[in-house]
Design a protein. Structure first.
Length: 436
């Protein structure tokens, strides 16, 4: 039997949990789309850029392949969650799931057809913040952050926590629109604070994981997404990840080093959390987060006020998404730019490609150290057509176009500029991103 069909258990699950009857699921043939290139590789399958050609025009989509390891296990629960949740979401800052398609069993796929989720195609993900290190202006940052908060605010209003907010899961297209993707860990929660929940705390990629999760809290809520957004906000400002620990313990230490060690007075109940004794560092750290931005002129008092409220250790005191959207950061001059005024990045950029580039850079560095055997590889990869990444910047002077001061600089980031970032890039990408 081919695995083109959901197992009976999975079908039951879908039918009982999902209010959309199976008969309404459009499941067309995957051959309607032709794959162009791979743009992502995740835990549960590959993501491809693909083309759809109709009689009148050509458009692009992203195909996320669902890896079905064996028939007994059936359809993966993460993919099910992703489908069930995404089918009911309709917001301009949430990635749109267009349909689910099925490929025909053939020799190439060992007679096991594959399911693909079809999404609108997005040219970039925000991992470009630390790989290309684009110097976004404050109006740009306000525009991006406002869109992220609007998307997550919509989820929270619908009682959904995302549970994996990080730069690689925030997508950006060439129209300057931000869309939240990757709902593999998302879940619907009971918003009643008086009902104690027991959710798994093995969620969120380590660098973006809130302190309550790291300390073993299972009764958590929307505030974990706010912490992750705070980490992305810091990356927007500084171009580097904020807390880049390699283990759970190191992550806690990095957070407390900047935010101070909490106690029962600043965070009621913290010392009762499961991993408090094991993970709390034996040190006297006090709050000194401001230091991280001391040389960054973009971070004025209002900016830091919003950022630090997203990074409050006690989740019950952390700012909510709704409050963040109303913060003076968005009301004060310079105002946010329009999405279409964000810098345009010439080439598509996704985390997957950056990781591949990292591997190539490593070869280049080896060669620079005199390893002649590798020179052939370098010659092969130094394709002159690939040298430049063009960034056309509509509004590079920190003033929004509503303020009538926009200029039309065209900025080109060339290969040499990118190579100056290699040390950082290697350091960043060399660390195992999710040690769990
Ligand atoms: P995973 O659960 O494997 O992390 P994601 O949905 O996050 O899966 O996809 C992995 C990567 O693929 C993303 O980080 C992004 O770079 C790329 N990607 C995902 N969706 C799209 C899309 N709609 N358009 C373009 N690239 C995408
Ligand atoms: Mg992802």
């Amino acid at each position: 039997m081919s695995s083109n069909y959901l197992s009976n258990d999975s079908l039951n699950y879908l039918n009982t949990t999902n209010r959309i009857p199976m008969k309404d699921w459009r499941c067309r043939d995957a051959s309607l789309y032709s794959k162009i290139s791979q743009v992502g590789e995740g835990t549960f399958g590959k993501v491809y850029k693909a083309q759809y050609t109709s009689k009148t025009n050509t458009s692009y989509v992203a195909l996320k392949k669902i890896l079905i390891e064996n028939e007994k296990e059936g359809f993966p629960v993460t993919a099910m969650r992703e489908i069930l949740i995404m089918k009911r979401l309709h917001h301009k800052n949430i990635l749109k799931l267009i349909e689910i398609v099925l490929s025909q069993p053939n020799e190439k796929n060992k007679y096991r057809g594959n399911f693909y989720l079809v999404f609108e195609y997005m040219e970039h993900d925000l991992s470009l913040l630390s790989t290309l290190r684009i110097n976004y202006t404050i109006p740009n940052i306000k525009c991006i952050l406002h869109q992220i908060l609007s998307g997550i605010g919509y989820l929270h209003k619908n009682n959904i926590i995302h549970r994996d907010i990080k730069s690689a899961n925030i997508l950006l297209n060439n129209k300057g629109e931000i869309k939240i993707g990757d709902f593999g860990l998302a879940r619907i929660i009971n918003p009643n604070p008086n009902i104690a929940k027991r959710y798994t705390n093995r969620v969120v990629t380590l660098w973006y994981r809130a302190p309550e999760l790291l300390l073993g809290e299972t009764n958590y809520g929307f505030a974990i997404d706010v912490w992750s957004i705070g980490c992305v906000f810091s990356e927007l400002l500084n171009g580097v990840p904020l807390f880049n620990g390699r283990t759970d313990n190191e992550q806690v230490e990095k957070i407390f080093e900047k935010c101070g060690i909490p106690n029962e007075e600043s965070w009621k109940g913290v010392t009762k959390l499961k991993y408090w004794k094991e993970r709390c560092p034996n040190a006297n750290y006090t709050f000194n987060l401001r230091e991280v931005y001391k040389d960054n002129k973009k971070v004025d008092d209002i900016t830091f006020d919003l950022l630090s409220k997203m990074l409050i250790l006690d989740p019950s005191k952390r700012i909510t998404v709704k409050e963040a959207l109303e913060h003076n950061f968005f009301k004060n001059e310079p105002l946010m730019c329009k999405p279409e005024e964000l810098p345009i990045i010439g080439e598509d950029s996704h985390e997957y490609q950056s990781r591949k580039d990292y591997k190539q850079n490593k070869i280049l560095m080896e060669a620079n150290r005199g390893n002649k055997n590798l020179i052939n590889n370098i010659n092969h990869m130094n394709n002159p057509n690939n040298n430049n990444i063009n960034i056309g910047n509509n509004n590079n002077n920190g003033v929004n176009n509503n303020g009538n001061k926009g200029n039309n600089n065209n900025m080109i980031i060339g290969k040499n500029d990118l190579e100056t970032n290699n040390n950082f890039r290697n350091e960043f990408l060399g660390i195992k991103r999710n040690p769990d």
